[in-house]
Design a protein around this ligand. Structure first.
Ligand code: GBH
Length: 496
């Protein structure tokens, strides 16, 4: 009896301790901002209304349906072009601080070039922006999220250096027309991804080209120049009157410990994954290890030049410093290890890194999305150390399933990742100032079509009006935001 009493006392003491400390740890700092996000092609639909031009995703889904998992398109998607007012009400009811959406280039400039501006296209974005402001939600605008006009692609797309000017002309229209209402701009969403999967592998993303194992390097090169050009334009011509902030974002994957994961392998993985994009912006030029390895491997392959293009000194300086924040998209982690085939003189990867995984890890409906919250903390601390703890916006984080309304696994993902982030802020001093839920709605998930759904709100893609309905995660987030405190994961008795 006495033993039983002691055991119960100890047990209660442990429970009290956990709950006491969790409360402190799991509350958002004051001033911290929480929002949600979408991208034009993934939600808008209305692919050919009014004078909208064709973009690379219209072309890709119409001409390469075999590449999309379910052969679907974004022709209608969530029909947000017509239903944006309802979307704004959902964001408002969630209690969120901001809504990140992207502008469809070919909706605003039907020809791709700035010689002709679509009044209808612009009006749509003005209406959406105004609706957000009227409801007390800050609009955050991504100028480009992968859907450039097809005519520009026919002219070489991101492998043509003229894209830098074409993008800048487009950005100027956005600053002029939306800038008076928008205080946060993201120039470009994830150059790394559309460059690698659009210009260096036929099987994934528009425009679906494979270009001599260097298309992705050219594409990132021009994308960084385009970004920097828009940043300087904003600085020189718009910042004084509009008083906003502008930056770029990149997806970085994290890492967890494992066999053969060393400080060196983590560093090399980080520089190829995250530094390729952010080193030119925070430090200047590509990371040394990226330049050296790609040059050496190119030489082994008998190229008379490095497949990684070189920046001139002027471009290095022009690009350096061109972001007001570190924009981060983060979903998953791996165990990065050195490729041992290199010891045999076989170089199959420029990075020299294999992202190994463990079959016991759980994933969402996306096979790549391993749920490893601790990797997020490791990544945030690395960014803090590499770039002098810049203000960091998490602009995407989320979990895919097949659209169930009782999305316990999604809630548990968010609980794990957000608590890891809060610990990095509170315990490790990481300067994270905002967090963004990807995504508001179930939507068109690029080459996965509608087979991998990330929304915290469900969309019925079989109904002609694309009916939205709440998931369990909708009310969970509502509660988290209204209390500014992480809530327990609801238990599901039928869960395995
Ligand atoms: C984001 O990219 C995008 O910005 C967003 O539009 C998208 O909806 C969201 O991801 C969810 O996927 O198929 O094995 O080659 C995040 C970075 C890049 C992570 C592509 C997944 C595919 C891995 N993503 N990557 S694989």
């Amino acid at each position: 009896m006495e033993h039983y009493f002691i055991a119960v006392t100890i047990f209660c003491a442990i429970i009290t301790r956990i709950s006491c400390c969790d409360v402190v740890k799991l509350t958002f700092p004051s001033g911290f901002r929480v929002g949600t996000a979408s991208a034009s092609y993934q939600v808008e639909g209305a692919w050919n209304v009014s004078d909208k031009g064709e973009n690379v995703w219209d072309w890709f889904t119409h001409n390469k349906p075999e590449i999309i998992a379910d052969g679907s398109t974004g022709d209608v998607a969530c029909d947000s072009y017509h239903k944006y007012e309802e979307d704004v009400q959902w964001v408002k009811n969630l209690g969120l601080d901001f809504y990140r959406f992207s502008v469809s280039w070919s909706r605003v400039l039907p020809n791709g070039f700035a010689n002709e501006v679509s009044e209808d296209g612009l009006q749509y974005y003005k209406n959406l922006t105004q609706a957000l402001i009227d409801n007390g939600i800050e609009p955050v605008v991504t100028i480009y999220h992968w859907d450039h006009p097809q005519i520009l692609e026919d002219l070489g797309g991101w492998t043509n250096e003229l894209m830098v000017e074409w993008y800048a002309d487009y950005a100027r229209v956005i600053f002029e027309e939306l800038g008076p209402m928008v205080k946060t701009f993201i120039t470009i969403n994830e150059p790394k991804i559309y460059c690698e999967q659009g210009y260096n592998s036929t099987t994934k993303k528009a425009p679906g080209k494979t270009l001599e194992n260097m298309g992705h390097y050219l594409c990132v090169h021009n994308s960084l120049k385009a970004h920097a050009t828009a940043y300087h334009m904003y600085d020189d011509e718009f910042r004084a009157t509009q008083q906003g902030q502008i930056g770029i974002l990149t997806p970085c994957t994290g890492w967890v410990p494992g066999d053969n994961v060393t400080e060196e392998s983590i560093e090399q993985h980080f520089q190829f994954d995250c530094g390729w994009i952010m080193h030119p912006i925070y430090v200047g030029d590509y990371p040394e290890i990226v330049k050296t390895r790609v040059a050496n491997i190119s030489a082994l392959e008998n190229y008379p030049f490095s497949r990684l293009p070189e920046f001139s000194q002027e471009w290095i300086e022009y690009i350096n410093g061109t972001t007001d924040f570190f924009g981060l998209n983060h979903y998953t982690s791996s165990m990065p290890i050195f490729d041992t085939a290199e010891e045999l003189g076989i170089y199959t990867r420029d990075s020299g890194i294999i992202k190994s995984t463990n079959s016991s890890w759980s994933t969402g409906s996306s096979s790549w999305l391993y749920v490893l919250p601790e990797g997020f903390g490791n990544l945030l601390r690395m960014i803090r150390d590499q770039y002098n703890n810049p203000p960091l916006y998490v602009f995407e984080n989320g979990y895919s399933d097949t659209g169930e309304l009782e999305d316990y696994e999604r809630i548990s993902y968010y609980y794990g990742y957000v608590s890891e982030m809060l610990a990095a802020i509170n315990d490790d001093g990481c300067n994270v100032v905002a967090y963004t839920i990807w995504s508001l709605l179930d939507n068109f998930e690029w080459n996965a079509g509608y087979t991998e759904l990330f929304g915290i709100i469900s969309v019925d893609f079989n109904s002609s009006d694309r009916t939205r309905s709440a998931k369990l995660s909708t009310s969970w987030w509502q509660e988290v935001i209204s209390t500014r405190t992480l809530q327990d994961v609801p238990s599901n008795s039928t869960r395995r």
